[in-house]
Design a protein around this ligand. Structure first.
Ligand code: ZN
Length: 378
């Protein structure tokens, strides 16, 4: 028996792997940080034998409560990721399975590889609608890339969508892939109409270093990028610094920051009610946006989510609040579950890469519903 994680986004430490019924593991912390929860490893063993894998440090993870009702994903072909029996006793996370093949992969959620990220960028730029822009370099020396879809014009609204500030939230990049697929489809009426009225700036992966390193929440320096927006630096958070700098050049009329949530088994959005500039115009836009998304997909709901900030009490170090305040624009954090959508559960796959793709496509319908009203002067 052998357990390995020395590959793109791998993360696990082996404490003991001699007995299939007593495999003991631990999740490694993000570099220079105490955050951990993302895991991804390969198990090479004997098919047909029952296995029990225990993650011994589960209760010290960043969002330990998120392990309740959570089920790990496994894959034989690294394309189809199905859920496996998982239990959390308040201390350890136990995974029980009987492999059908000698080798399988296990992960916190369907991984989105760096190779696929590069493919997404290259294939998107082949579209005549799309141009790739190099924003600069990360601390590990990786490219920070943006896709611009549609031609700029002063009257066009500027839409910014970013994903994976938190690298372990891989559903966010699956979402971007689905959204781009629709936006670049020249036969799609919603996409065509949107590109008449808007230009899109999309950063599919804000944190390539953390992604490749197998981090949950931080970049190469152990910095949580979604707390850096007030004062980013090239030394600690170049990813935010560079994107923010480009936003200052282009302006922003709508911002979506795509994430995954460890706890809540629902898709939801977190708005800007707590920013100093929140007013009737932004409230009206938020309401219209949510109503349109509810109409577009039953995978969205507004009953469950984060507590709404009191007026003026928003944390402006976060992407969606900082952008909302600075540009006085509609700005949302979008959250998808690691678990499942409890309103529409899927026993075999839970919330999945495929469903995240679909949610990204549906998001364009909601953007279209508000794009005419994004600027106060219109
Ligand atoms: Zn997040």
């Amino acid at each position: 028996m052998k357990i390995s994680s020395q590959f793109d986004s791998g993360n696990i430490e082996v404490i003991s792997a001699n007995d299939p019924s007593d495999i003991r593991l631990a999740i490694r912390k993000d570099n220079q940080s105490d955050f951990f929860q993302w895991f991804h490893f390969r198990l090479h063993t004997t098919a047909g034998v029952p296995h029990r894998l225990r993650i011994m440090n589960a209760s010290e993870a960043a969002y330990a409560d998120g392990w309740h009702d959570y089920r790990a994903v496994a894959s034989y072909d690294r394309e189809s990721w199905f859920r496996v029996e998982t239990e959390y006793d308040g201390k350890e996370l136990s995974i029980d399975l009987t492999p059908e093949q000698n080798t399988l992969y296990l992960a916190y959620f369907a991984p989105y590889s760096f190779e696929r990220h590069q493919d997404l960028l290259q294939q998107s730029q082949l579209s005549p609608l799309c141009e790739m822009v190099d924003l600069g370099e990360t601390l590990d020396g990786r490219d920070l890339s943006m896709l611009v879809i549609g031609d700029s014009a002063p009257e066009k609204k500027v839409v910014w969508i970013i994903a994976r500030q938190h690298p372990g939230e891989t559903m966010a990049e699956w979402f971007i892939e689905g959204m781009l697929d629709r936006l670049l489809d020249e036969d799609d009426a919603v996409a065509r109409k949107l590109l008449q009225e808007c230009v899109f700036h999309v950063v599919p992966n804000m944190n390539p270093d953390g992604s490749v390193r197998g981090h949950l929440r931080t970049n190469a320096a152990g910095v949580n990028l979604n707390r850096e927006w007030l004062e980013p630096s090239m030394k600690l958070s170049p990813e935010v610094f560079l994107v923010r700098q480009k936003m200052m050049e282009t302006g922003v009329d709508l911002f979506l920051d795509i994430h995954g949530d460890e706890n809540l088994p629902y898709n939801f959005v977190a708005g800007s009610e707590g920013i100093p500039s929140f007013d009737a115009h932004l409230k009206n836009l938020q309401d219209r946006f949510k109503a349109a998304l509810l109409a577009a997909t039953p995978d969205f709901q507004t009953e469950h989510g984060y507590a709404i900030d009191e007026p003026g009490k928003a944390n402006l170090t976060m992407g969606s609040t900082w952008v909302g305040e600075h540009f006085k624009c509609l700005s949302y954090t979008v959250e998808m579950p690691f678990k499942d959508n409890a309103d529409l559960p899927d026993e075999l796959f839970g919330w999945s890469d495929t469903r995240s793709l679909g949610f990204g496509q549906d998001m364009l319908t909601a953007i279209l519903a508000v794009c005419g009203q994004l600027r106060k002067t219109h």
